[in-house]
Ligand binder design. Structure first.
Ligand SMILES: Cc1cc2nc3c(=O)[nH]c(=O)nc-3n(C[C@H](O)[C@H](O)[C@H](O)COP(=O)(O)OP(=O)(O)OC[C@H]3O[C@@H](n4cnc5c(N)ncnc54)[C@H](O)[C@@H]3O)c2cc1C
Length: 385
């Protein structure tokens, strides 16, 4: 076994660490407070090649591996989870469907500008009545005169309404079998499609600087060639995307936990009580030791899943284990980080206060903890597929 990162992986990690320290961290508190989308950070991430990190250079990407991508998300989440989810949702959910299922023409038209960071793109699976039960999609797309006519609503879609968003790829029911079973397909819906309406941004507990909206389709028409992947394979293809997405969400959880640990470590050395730094108390030392133990464990799981994917091996089980575990680790770590800060941790100007709010979604998005356990149970052969 070899736990050393390659030179390229180390270079990407330190590039992202410096970018996060010098550019992301200084504006994280303000962006959160003002619910301000970080356009200039997105532009810089595009210039640095991060918005297309794991895609081949011929499609505008940087040709890096999944391990590098996971390290990049970790470093950025360490400074700010909102910026990290903007990157992770763009790469894993927005751009990946074009890379995995697009025709050459679709890759050229859609993937290239996304990988260069010139545009953002949404992934529209969740609906008001279909969350964990993603196959319960009610949005319909009917083929009429060479066009898909779409009606329905999508909920909680990341990156779907920024000034640089190019559109959203959605799942929709394109036919029903005689038994009423839905045929679900994936359709590309550009932002300027008539009848495609984005709501105002949701007001959120965390990830406040990220863009999340409800989308409505009222007889929205797109050309028949906007079908992405094979007709009827939409749900299956989107679930495949989520398999890879789990690595980046798990990396985000680890990064957030690392950031909370950094803050708690520094505070424990600087804060004095009873005439000593609180870091001198064994109760605080044990908390920090436990936090680091769990972070290291979660990080190894994420990197193992990423490595398996890069090696072309089955990575789905490890990615699910990593997503579940790192989400729960991030909860325990941010909680202890606030505890170490005492009353100051409850104050908004301390980063751990923001991290505490940003953490909760790690246990809900891209499969709740409960659903993640079901996915694992299925993967180890305890449930029928
Ligand atoms: C900030 C944010 C960003 C998001 N971004 C996107 C995005 O870009 N694209 C997208 O498509 N979606 C996105 N989502 C949606 C997200 O993936 C869903 O919220 C999530 O999958 C859960 O669905 P739900 O909210 O409908 O909860 P529900 O499915 O209604 O779950 C409610 C509760 O019931 C439990 N539950 C449900 N079914 C079962 C079961 N079978 N067994 C046991 N317990 C169960 C759940 O675990 C949960 O505790 C985002 C959500 C948020 C909040």
């Amino acid at each position: 076994m070899n736990f050393d990162l390659t030179d390229e992986q180390k270079a990407i990690q330190s590039l992202c660490r410096e970018f996060a320290r010098d550019h992301v961290a200084p504006q994280a508190e303000r962006n959160d407070r003002e619910e301000r989308f970080p356009y200039e950070l997105v532009r810089t991430m595009g210039e640095l090649g991060l918005m297309g990190l794991p895609f081949p250079e011929i499609y505008g990407g940087a040709g890096a591996d999944t391990v590098s991508y996971a390290l990049a998300v970790m470093e950025i989440a360490r400074a700010d989870a909102s910026t990290a989810i903007t990157l992770a949702a763009h790469v894993s959910l927005g751009a990946s469907p074009f890379y995995l299922f697009g025709t050459e023409k679709q890759k050229e038209e859609f993937l290239v500008p996304l990988a260069r960071g010139e545009r953002l793109w949404g992934f529209g699976l969740t609906e008001p009545g279909a969350g964990s039960d993603a196959g319960g999609t009610q949005t319909r797309a009917e083929l009429r005169d060479g066009k898909w006519v779409i009606n329905g609503t999508k909920a909680f879609i990341t990156n779907s309404g920024t000034d640089v968003t190019g559109g959203t790829t959605i799942t929709a029911v394109t036919a029903r079998g005689p038994n009423g079973r839905a045929e679900i397909s994936t359709i590309i819906v550009p932002q300027d499609t008539p009848g495609f309406v984005r709501s105002k941004k949701y007001r959120k507990m965390g990830w406040r600087a990220s863009d999340t909206r409800e989308l409505a389709f009222n007889d929205a028409e797109v050309p028949a060639e906007n079908l992405l992947g094979e007709r009827g394979k939409g749900l299956k293809n989107f679930l495949t995307i989520l398999d890879g997405g789990r690595i980046s969400v798990a990396a985000l959880s680890v990064g957030l936990a690392m950031g909370a640990y950094d803050e708690a470590f520094a505070y424990a050395k600087e804060r004095h009580q009873f005439g000593r730094p609180i870091a001198a108390f064994q109760a605080i030392q044990f908390k920090l030791a436990d936090m680091l133990t769990e972070i290291e464990h979660a990080k190894l799981m994420v990197l193992k899943a990423a490595w398996e994917k890069d090696e072309g091996r089955a990575f789905e089980l490890t990615a699910s284990l990593a997503k579940l575990y790192s989400g729960e680790v991030s909860r325990r770590v941010v909680n202890e980080a606030v505890q170490i800060h005492g009353g100051y941790g409850f104050m908004d100007e301390y980063p751990v206060s923001r991290m505490y709010r940003d953490q909760k979604i790690n246990e809900i998005g891209e499969g709740t903890n409960e659903v993640q356990r079901l996915v694992i149970a299925r993967q180890i052969g305890l449930l029928s597929p």
